[in-house]
Design a binder for this molecule. Structure first.
Ligand code: ADP
Length: 696
């Protein structure tokens, strides 16, 4: 029994030892695991710490980025600020530390309409009162989600005060430019008015003078006066047109015009300038050109006047030659001179606005630098080209090519057949002499050029007989007369002296000086052909009648009484004389008030009434528009009386003036210088009305 119990005891002890061993092993394992877990935890904590640092670093990075950008950021939950950066706190004038929880709003001074963006954002600019004064902020407003499904309103703003100020300056600058442009238009209108008024007098007086039965020579001068005056009028219109060209608003006419007449007009207008400088002005129209072309004659004249005007301006000796010919179906115009020429490097630039060869203040010369710019624009508008190169004589040679077609009324100019004719030309003129040779060559005739008297004497002596000799007065009067004698002795049948209009007046009788006749420079092909072609003898009993001997006498209109309200004495004289010639009874009133008094007296029956009233728009005391309004008011009180025709006469023919005249109750607006045909239409109208009233 005892043995048994000790045996069991031993078993129990062994069991206990075993259990204790197993437990110890377990404990050891558990400890290892815990040690491992502790190590892992410590690593995790370290990693978390690192991430926290990184987050703090990144937050600081973005915060400083936002602050550095200067953008304003605010988040509000309702009115309460849940977040705002330093810039926004400064905008409110609150310390950054106290900003969260604040409900303050900056005071709004102005706001522009908001714009909704895709995604629900709103953009708007507002002007806020801040501690630093008024600032314009451009905001982007969005709703952003925060924790637990809640949202807050976020605004991110940028200070755009400088940009707004810039915009404002731009607006003001544009307003200033617009008002300056308006002032320019007003100035142009005023200047054109001031020019037109005296021109009106000159042109009208030339008209009246033309009707006084002049000698043929005097008629030529009056015609020249009229042509020059009209060209000047055209120039004034051109100045006005420049503004239109500038604005790209110029519309080109497309009408048939006489190219020869146009060239003559340009030469006649420019000849006095060339004469005053003692240089030549020669013009040549190729005989194979059609007489009439389709295009804008006024603009073409403007182009030529600019080019020729420049050529004369810059040429001190020698001359200027204008040539119009045909090249590959295009009209080819050249204006050449013997002036200083244009350096190659400046040949492009001078066609730009306000450019001269030498722009330095000291070297700038008279002129705006606009002429060639206008030329270029007009030529381009016509579909042509313009350029400049060195002329043969070292001067400049401007060339213009234009696609102008012949018009329906074009005829081939009559060129005589001079195949058997030999002509000696004695002239040292740089362009005219060559042009004369071309004019003769076109007839099939032969032209020999002698540049001076010595060469001419030699030719007369050595060559066989010439049919004609053309001697330029440039060689001197005595020499020319000696040459004429030599020519006569050499059997030359026609010996013509070529004179400028001024020389023509001083030369005396060409026949007495030994010539058979004269030609006026620049010599026109037409005149040369007519002068050297055999003339048919006039039929016995017929009288030579000048084709433009003046208008036939107009029908008398004794009954028409016309009131002329005009403050300019010369213009008044002009209109009253013209009306008298039309058989009317003109009455002059020198200002608007006197005109109104005269009309009122007529309406009241205390003085004879008027059938027509011509009202100058600009008059002292009462202007034409005010007179018209007053007359219409008076008439409203007298419905039984016929409406008095009121016609405005304005030097400012702009549409605005016309509209103002019609709005004031006038029936028409005529431009100064008063067009006779337009006046006659009104007189016819009044006559017809009178006749109707009488027959009623
Ligand atoms: P403006 O003559 O009013 O100065 P333009 O535009 O007509 O202006 O001409 C521009 C410049 O080109 C002139 O100032 C002048 O320097 C030069 N120029 C034009 N035509 C000639 C010419 N025929 N000969 C020499 N220089 C010329």
């Amino acid at each position: 029994m005892q043995f048994l119990s000790s045996h069991w005891l031993a078993v129990v002890v062994v069991m206990l030892v075993l259990v204790a061993g197993v437990a110890a092993v377990k404990l050891l394992r558990q400890r290892d695991r815990i040690v491992r877990q502790a190590a892992e935890l410590s690593r995790d904590v370290e990693a978390l710490n690192d991430r926290l640092w990184a987050l703090a670093d990144s937050e600081e990075h973005y915060r400083s980025l936002i602050e550095a950008q200067g953008d304003l950021i605010v988040r509000r939950d309702g009115a309460r600020i849940v977040y705002a950066n330093g810039a926004y706190a400064a905008l409110l004038g609150i310390d950054e530390a106290d900003i969260v929880g604040a409900v303050a709003q900056p005071r709004r001074v102005a706001c522009r309409p908001a714009l909704a963006l895709e995604g629900g954002a709103r953009v708007f600019d507002e002007c806020l009162a801040t501690p630093d004064g008024e600032r314009w902020i451009s905001w982007v407003e969005t709703v952003v989600p925060v924790a637990l499904g809640a949202t807050v309103l976020q605004r991110v703003g940028r200070d755009i005060t400088a940009r707004i100020a810039g915009e404002q300056e731009l607006v003001e600058a544009r307003a200033r430019a617009e008002s300056a442009n308006e002032a320019k238009s007003r100035f142009l209108a005023t200047v054109s008015h001031e020019f037109r008024t005296p021109l009106n007098g000159i042109l009208g007086m030339a008209d009246l003078l033309g009707d006084t039965g002049l000698e043929p020579e005097q008629e030529t001068y009056v015609r020249a006066l009229r042509i020059s005056g009209e060209a000047l009028l055209g120039l004034i219109d051109d100045i006005l047109d420049f503004a239109k060209v500038e604005a790209g608003k110029l519309e080109l006419a497309s009408e048939s015009f006489d190219i020869g007449l146009l060239l003559e007009t340009v030469s006649e207008l420019m000849a006095p300038r060339a004469q005053a400088k003692g240089i030549e002005l020669a013009a040549y129209l190729a005989p194979d050109l059609p007489t009439h072309l389709v295009g804008d004659a006024d603009r073409l004249r403007q182009i030529l006047l600019n080019l020729v005007g420049n050529a004369i301006k810059f040429t001190e000796a020698g001359g200027v030659g204008i040539r119009i010919g045909n090249e590959d179906g295009m009209i080819a115009i050249t204006v050449a001179d013997t002036g200083p020429g244009i350096p190659e490097a400046r040949r492009q630039a001078i066609f730009e606005e306000f450019e001269q060869i030498d722009n330095s203040a000291a070297r700038r010369h008279e002129g705006t630098g606009l002429g060639l710019a206008i030329v270029r624009r007009l030529v381009l508008l016509m579909g042509g080209s313009v350029g400049v190169e060195s002329g043969e004589n070292g001067g400049s040679l401007f060339h213009v090519r234009l696609p102008l077609a012949p018009s329906g009324e074009a005829v081939r100019p009559a060129v005589p057949d001079w195949r058997s004719k030999r002509v000696l030309i004695v002239s040292g003129a740089p362009f005219g002499a060559g042009f004369l040779c071309e004019t003769i060559a076109a007839t099939g005739g032969s032209a020999t050029l002698a540049a001076d008297a010595e060469a001419a004497f030699a030719r007369l002596q050595d060559d066989g007989p010439y049919d004609a000799a053309l001697i330029d007065q440039m060689v001197g009067r005595e020499v020319a007369m000696n040459l004429a004698t030599a020519a006569r002795m050499a059997g030359v049948a026609e010996c013509l002296i070529m004179l400028s209009p001024l020389e023509r007046r001083q030369f005396g009788s060409p026949r007495d000086a030994g010539f058979t006749g004269f030609l006026v420079k620049p010599v026109r092909a037409r005149s040369l052909y007519a002068r050297l072609s055999p003339r048919p003898a006039p039929l016995p009993g017929t009288l030579a009648i000048e084709p433009d001997a003046g208008p036939s006498s107009p029908e008398p209109r004794q009954r028409i009484r016309v009131l002329v309200a005009e403050d300019n004495e010369i213009n008044a004289l002009l209109v009253t004389r013209t009306l008298e010639r039309f058989g009317c009874i003109p009455v002059w009133a020198r200002d608007g008030r006197k005109a109104l008094e005269a009309i009122e007296a007529g309406l009241n029956g205390t003085a004879p009434s008027f059938d027509l009233v011509l009202l100058d728009i600009r008059m002292p005391e009462l202007d034409g528009l005010a007179v018209a309004r007053a007359v219409r008011t008076l008439e409203r009180g007298r419905p039984e009386q016929a409406r008095l025709p009121l016609v405005a006469v304005s030097a400012n023919a702009a549409e605005a003036d016309k509209a103002a005249a019609l709005a004031a109750g006038m029936d028409d607006c005529l431009a100064k210088p008063l067009d006779r045909a337009a006046l006659q239409r009104w007189l016819d109208h009044v006559s017809r009305t009178e006749a109707l009233v009488r027959s009623a």
